[in-house]
Design a protein around this ligand. Structure first.
Ligand SMILES: [Zn+2]
Length: 460
């Protein structure tokens, strides 16, 4: 019997214990001496000036490149083929001399990426499942993991919260079985001072109990995927249930938040919503400041804008390519994450005073867009649904050129007028020639990793 199956059959008290034991194990990995070290460093570097940032990155990049050349077979080969030496790569600009790294390249021969100075037995194995099923397995160090968590906690500290504060996590993990028919629909991870609610159990039947649980427990903040928190809030709105114990801040991640989701979440919680951009490979990160701009966490890695186009206002739009400073055991150098971003121009000044570069937009996965008959690529559709409160959730799917399907989970009051309104919106905002068909569904299935995809392209 595997661990998940065993967990499913445990009584609630032992499931709580299992969650806490998992927590204590993770705590040892994430929050050891390295966490304290990086928290201290990140606190000191949060407000440094441009010259100091450049100095820091040059030093970290040189160390990373030398280490990769000396100890990682793939990079040694890449350098030798191009007649490059570590000294040739000293700045972000120099990185262009190296090729882009993709998941496919790593998957072909992952052993070439492992630093010869490390042994697998001392490393943490990480498996990611991409939304398109392109999985990746790699290794990381405890130090890198702690560095990542210190970056995430710095984001939280910008909004007044610290490690140890009581919080609620809306998780994609099935910590509560869907077959459970009475409360508690939550579990506790005492190690993190955290309660967990699984997305799978948030339904019309459980919502009253979950809401009372939250009202009885004053959580300082919430964390979770926007789509899960949105589902929760939208059920409260539908059933006109009042949330009395409101979080001050909600920390979002893993997915983009759409305007229509934001409206509902704010209506229910009145909370400040803030987001950080990261990914499992841990090779880069950007966290919002108090003015809701995503500053690149320059201490953690370099985010390059590749295949860029300059927008009218001087911003640059392109693929996000990362070089991570944290993981020396399995370095990611010029790794293509699969997301698109918009970089603010160099003279963009954020009101918070931080000068670390700003990512004005993170547009999500490169392959998630619809192509119009006019050849435009459209990545976001949320503004179509923004003024319509008769829609709970929507997903746009393109299977062939010239047409799209919109999957819709209706709310009360949805009529043929709503459909006409949406058709008009598509004509006005997207394309007058795009054919649209509607599918009405009870729910929109999540991807294998629990993520919601608002736009899905099945064009090949
Ligand atoms: Zn800022």
């Amino acid at each position: 019997m595997n661990v998940e199956k065993l967990y499913k059959h445990l009584p609630v008290s032992l499931q709580n214990l299992a969650c806490s034991l998992y927590g204590y194990k993770e705590k040892r990995k994430r929050y050891g001496k390295w966490f304290d070290y990086y928290q201290d460093l990140l606190d000191k570097t949060d407000n440094i000036d441009r010259n100091e940032i450049e100095g820091y990155q040059t030093k970290k990049l040189s160390e990373l490149i030398k280490n990769a050349y000396d100890n990682v077979p793939y990079y040694r080969q890449v350098f030798d083929e191009r007649n490059l030496k570590p000294i040739d790569i000293q700045s972000k600009e120099d990185l262009k001399k190296l090729p882009i790294l993709t998941k496919e390249i790593i998957n072909k021969s992952p052993e070439l990426f492992l630093n010869e100075k490390f042994s697998k037995s001392n490393l943490i194995q990480i498996k990611t499942s991409g939304t398109t099923g392109k999985s990746l397995e790699f290794y990381s160090t405890k130090e890198a993991l702690s560095f990542q968590w210190a970056v995430w906690w710095r984001h939280r500290s910008r909004f007044g919260f610290n490690y140890g504060d009581k919080h609620l996590n809306f998780t994609g993990r099935p910590v509560v079985s869907v077959e459970q028919s009475c409360p508690p629909y939550w579990r506790w991870n005492k190690a993190f001072n955290q309660a967990l609610v699984s997305m799978q159990v948030i339904t019309n039947d459980t919502i009253d109990d979950i809401c009372s649980f939250i009202n009885n427990n004053k959580f300082d903040f919430w964390v979770g995927y926007p789509s899960i928190i949105h589902n929760f809030c939208s059920l409260l709105l539908e059933k006109e249930i009042e949330l009395k114990s409101k979080p001050k801040v909600i920390f979002l991640g893993a997915e983009n938040i759409y305007d229509d989701q934001k409206v509902d979440i704010e209506k229910v919680t009145g909370a400040i919503l803030t987001d950080q951009y990261g990914f499992s490979e841990g090779a880069g990160n950007a966290s919002q400041c108090e003015y809701f701009n995503h500053h690149i966490d320059f201490e953690f890695g370099i985010l390059e804008c590749v295949e860029s186009e300059e927008l009218e206002n001087g911003d640059l739009r392109g693929k996000i390519v990362c070089t991570g400073f944290a993981n020396q055991a399995f370095p990611f150098i010029r790794y293509e994450v699969g997301d698109m971003g918009v970089w603010g121009s160099d003279d963009f000044e954020c009101e918070c005073g931080r000068v670390s570069q700003v990512l004005k937009k993170i547009e999500g996965r490169v392959e998630d867009y619809v192509v119009t008959p006019e050849g435009k690529r459209i990545m976001r559709f949320d503004y179509l649904f923004k003024d319509t409160d008769q829609i709970k959730e929507a997903q746009v799917v393109q299977r062939q050129l010239g047409s799209i399907e919109i999957n819709i989970v209706k709310r009360k009051g949805y009529t043929s007028d709503t459909e006409d309104h949406l058709l008009g919106q598509v004509k006005d905002w997207i394309s007058p020639n795009l054919k649209v068909s509607f599918n009405y569904v009870p729910e929109i299935p999540r991807e294998s990793n629990g993520k919601f995809r608002a736009v899905k392209s099945e064009l090949n």
